[in-house]
Write a protein that binds this ligand. Sequence first.
Ligand SMILES: Cc1cc2nc3c(=O)[nH]c(=O)nc-3n(C[C@H](O)[C@H](O)[C@H](O)COP(=O)(O)OP(=O)(O)OC[C@H]3O[C@@H](n4cnc5c(N)ncnc54)[C@H](O)[C@@H]3O)c2cc1C
Length: 388
Amino acid sequence: MATSSRIVVVGGGYAGLTAAARIAEGKTDATVTLIDRKSEFIERIRLHEIAAGSEPRDLGYKDFMECRGGNFHRGGVSGIDLARQLIELEGQDTIAWDTLVYALGSFTDVDSVPGVREHAVSLDDLGECRELFGRLFEAPKGTKLLIVGGGLTAIEAACEFAERFPQLEITLAVGNKFEAHRKPGGLSAGAIEHLRNTFDRLSVNVIVGDRVTSVEKNSAVIGDDNTLPFDLCIWAAGFSVPTLAKESGLAVNDSGQIRTNRSLASFSHANVLAVGDSAEVIAEIGGRCRMSCATGRPMGEMAAKTILGRLLAESSTPFEFGYSFRCISLGREDGLIQFVDEKDCPTDDVWTGKRGARWKEYICQRTLQGIGFDVDIGDPPDTPPARI
Ligand SMILES: Cc1cc2nc3c(=O)[nH]c(=O)nc-3n(C[C@H](O)[C@H](O)[C@H](O)COP(=O)(O)OP(=O)(O)OC[C@H]3O[C@@H](n4cnc5c(N)ncnc54)[C@H](O)[C@@H]3O)c2cc1C
């Protein structure tokens, strides 16, 4: 394959920014340009904390890229012309590429259930979360907050808000099941028990059994005909990916994620690599990667390795990734660390309470450091029972 000279990374999340940083640090002759609609990296895994009143760090893309010899272009990507190898930006601009890294991530799915887009809010971006903080902060005693979702985002949000805003009456609608299982992505019996105790401690009312089937103004329909009244509804029940990949003609799976090979190159277009939530990646060891920052960062490292390998005409190795734990914040004083095997199946090892909270905080910091930000993370606060 011909040496590529213009490398463009679209999307500066955990996956894309990691890729852009490592490629720029490779000090090849190639130019590396990161494109994002925002001017700074937002720690998406802390958005629920921002909605509870914390302030984000200042993590601007421009300086970050330029000090590595790369470039940053702020803009919204509106299309990808694969034939002419152009990124089309909102407005008239285009940016040419020889190798493209697609890392546009994901966002809350607000279209699969009727009424969500109109009547619920989500934890998707900084502006939305700051606005939500204003509403939660001002909310009078007894305000009914409904959080819909059974995944980690919904759990983290429910606990964060219950701790920070005790005047709220919080209901968490988790869907069909909330029980231990050993499959990938599952939680152990000890983890479920700790979560249930935490919900009790924080007075979060958990509804299990039926799914929310539609959302209306101030109420959600659950199951066939039950309604859950709310003053404010936060939707955290699953992510979607942008449709740009499919629209451009890249091979995608049913969810719209770009299908990739073991080097993270697109099945259909070898000069496009895909990483993070918007990529379908099957890793050696870990298997199918779930949408997460935990998988996105290593994918970014791998994409950079593939591209640098191509530039230097070195052979590439397949993407190897195995899971080790999942971190869930439960407010500022409590956390749950579920240790897992390499395929993301839970073991019996869990850390809870302050021990879990300290580890979660350490991992958030270590993630930033792993991308390349200058953060002093200190020594690990604990020794996990698994490889990390
Ligand atoms: C509240 C919350 C808590 C979470 N906690 C965890 C956790 O504890 N652990 C974990 O592993 N995961 C967690 N996640 C999930 C995790 O944040 C995502 O899986 C992860 O951010 C995906 O990384 P990414 O790089 O693929 O994409 P993203 O982080 O989504 O980044 C995509 C980037 O692309 C940019 N972009 C998108 N579209 C365009 C466009 N058209 N033009 C220009 N730029 C564009 C965006 O601005 C963004 O910077 C959490 C998510 C939320 C919402």
